[in-house]
Design a protein around this ligand. Structure first.
Ligand code: HEC
Length: 139
């Protein structure tokens, strides 16, 4: 089997995260939200630290940003009582792996006029982890 550079890097990160989790069982409990079931979800939860200031992991609570609970499969701008930008409401996006990837790679390029501060997660592995974590935010 040929191991590509990025696969190797990805495994290294996963091993690192898994090791950290084993070393400190409490890491899983921190920050609220569901307990990650896979190393990918756990790595995604780490990446989510960049989002947590504005997005609650509580299933129903909106913070500065809308709740991301059940976000995969949801229509953009559709949470009641959250004051979305007109740009996001009019975007006609459904949140799938693909659209989420474009959003986290450069949200203001994907939806010009969005109210969410610029984020740029361009590393493919980090995107995969974050999306795996977002997918786990459901019942
Ligand atoms: C500085 C605060 C802030 C940060 C940091 C932030 N967001 Fe947001 N997010 C928002 C706001 C505000 C909105 C609503 C945007 C709008 O209405 O245009 C939003 C909207 C979203 C949406 C659309 C949800 C929906 O209901 O349509 C997703 C998905 C999202 N953010 C994911 C993320 C992820 C993933 C990160 C971390 C990489 C992140 N956000 C970081 C504030 C933030």
């Amino acid at each position: 089997m040929t191991i590509t550079k990025s696969t190797a890097a990805k495994s290294a990160i996963l091993a690192l995260v898994a090791g950290t989790l084993l070393a400190s069982g409490t890491a899983l409990a921190q920050g609220g939200g569901p307990t990650p079931k896979t190393a990918e979800e756990a790595a995604g939860k780490q990446v989510f630290h960049q989002c947590a200031a504005c997005h609650s992991l509580d299933s129903s609570k909106n913070a500065f940003g809308p709740s991301l609970y059940n976000v995969v499969g949801r229509k953009a701008g559709s949470i009641p009582r959250f004051d979305y930008s007109d740009a996001l409401k009019a975007s006609n996006i459904t949140w799938t792996e693909d659209s989420l990837r474009q959003w986290i790679a450069g949200n203001d390029k994907f939806v010009p006029g969005t109210r969410m501060r610029h984020v740029a997660i361009t590393d493919r592995a980090e995107q995969d982890y974050l999306i795996a974590f977002l997918k786990s935010l459901k019942q």
